[in-house]
Write a protein of this length. Structure first.
Length: 188
């Protein structure tokens, strides 16, 4: 079975347990999705990552995310990449260290995109898999997310999430990238 990439709007958002899940890649989504399902959520995966460079890397990460969606039998929405818009949002912060102000702006950009898509499609909740990474500051992500009324503060690092993502990535034979995503994180 092949995961379906859903580009058109479809009837969702009526179920209180549906949640739009901003997913940065396949590996980070594994344990995050597993946990959401175990807690009674009904996830729909949202791939909106205009920060990822080059475009071929974004395509590779999306292909791995589709493997995860197939495994869990979930729907996927892929937003068109707009790297120029993302670059504009982090302009002047290109030399910031990884985890610094540039990343803060990147989190804001991606959460804003997810919030807008959740509202557009009628979801009552959204979250992000970014919190599963041991390299990402969950408190910072939550602080940014608080400005979006539908945002759910779920720290996927908790309950052994990061370690579980490593096991599941290996079991599903997923490509694990060696940098966060943007061209600036490639250099550090």
């Amino acid at each position: 079975m092949v995961a379906r990439e859903i580009l058109e709007m479809y009837s969702i958002g009526m179920d209180e347990n549906e949640i739009l899940v901003h997913a940065c890649c396949g590996p980070c989504s594994t344990a995050s999705i597993e946990r959401l399902l175990s807690e009674g959520w009904k996830p729909v995966i949202f791939f909106s990552n205009s920060n990822i460079y080059p475009a071929s890397e974004a395509d590779k990460r999306f292909a791995e995310l589709l493997k995860v969606a197939d495994f869990f039998h979930l729907r996927v929405i892929r937003e068109e990449q707009d790297h120029a818009s993302w670059l504009s949002s982090v302009a002047g912060l290109e030399q910031e260290r990884e985890g610094g102000k540039r990343c803060e702006k990147c989190f804001l950009y991606n959460l804003r995109q997810a919030s807008a898509k959740a509202e557009e499609l009628g979801f009552k909740h959204f979250c992000t898999t970014l919190t599963v990474s041991r390299f990402k500051n969950s408190k910072l992500i939550f602080d940014i997310g608080e400005q979006f009324p539908l945002f759910e503060k779920i720290d996927f690092k908790k309950k052994g999430g990061f370690d579980r993502s490593l096991v599941m990535s290996r079991d599903l034979d997923l490509y694990r990238q060696q940098y966060c995503g943007c061209e600036f994180s490639m250099q550090h």
